[in-house]
Design a protein around this ligand. Structure first.
Ligand SMILES: N=c1c2ncn([C@@H]3O[C@H](COP(=O)(O)OP(=O)(O)OP(=O)(O)O)[C@@H](O)[C@H]3O)c2ncn1[C@@H]1O[C@H](COP(=O)(O)O)[C@@H](O)[C@H]1O
Length: 108
């Protein structure tokens, strides 16, 4: 299964959790608590990823990255978006150097 397929499938699963029981689904619990709770988790998971990056342990970096990505997908789903919306923006940026893009900002 490709990376895109697994992200797409997870996005679809998360969308179904909007009507799920918060006692049985962690995603449904986050949805029921609202966006602040999801944002708080993103902050916590990012902090854990930073610590994993400082330690340099590959397995921990992978695990913490997965936690961050999962919680970002939950935030997208909360606002009725999916990985496709992010994928579209990534495609739009493809081939545009970050250095060139930043320089162009100053000319607007
Ligand atoms: N990928 C994930 C995933 N990654 C992390 N987590 C959960 O995120 C939570 C937060 O992780 P922490 O380490 O911070 O745990 P914690 O401190 O106990 O969490 P809190 O109680 O403080 O929120 C844990 O409960 C993890 O199990 C995930 N929960 C679900 N998924 C995917 O989402 C699908 C739907 O999940 P449910 O909505 O639970 O059915 C699953 O089938 C998976 O594919």
């Amino acid at each position: 299964m490709s990376t895109h397929d697994i992200l797409h499938r997870l996005s679809e699963t998360l969308a179904t959790r909007k009507h799920a029981d918060p006692e049985k689904s962690y995603t449904a619990k986050l949805f029921s608590e609202g966006p602040d709770s999801i944002l708080k988790k993103i902050g916590e998971e990012c902090a854990e990823l930073i610590m994993a990056g400082k330690d340099g342990k590959r397995l921990n970096i992978v695990r913490e990255s997965t936690d961050v990505i999962y919680h970002i997908l939950v935030l997208l789903a909360f606002f009725d978006m999916t990985i496709e919306d992010v994928s579209q923006e990534m495609r739009r940026r493809e081939g545009i150097s970050g250095i060139d893009e930043k320089a162009a900002r100053g000319q607007k």
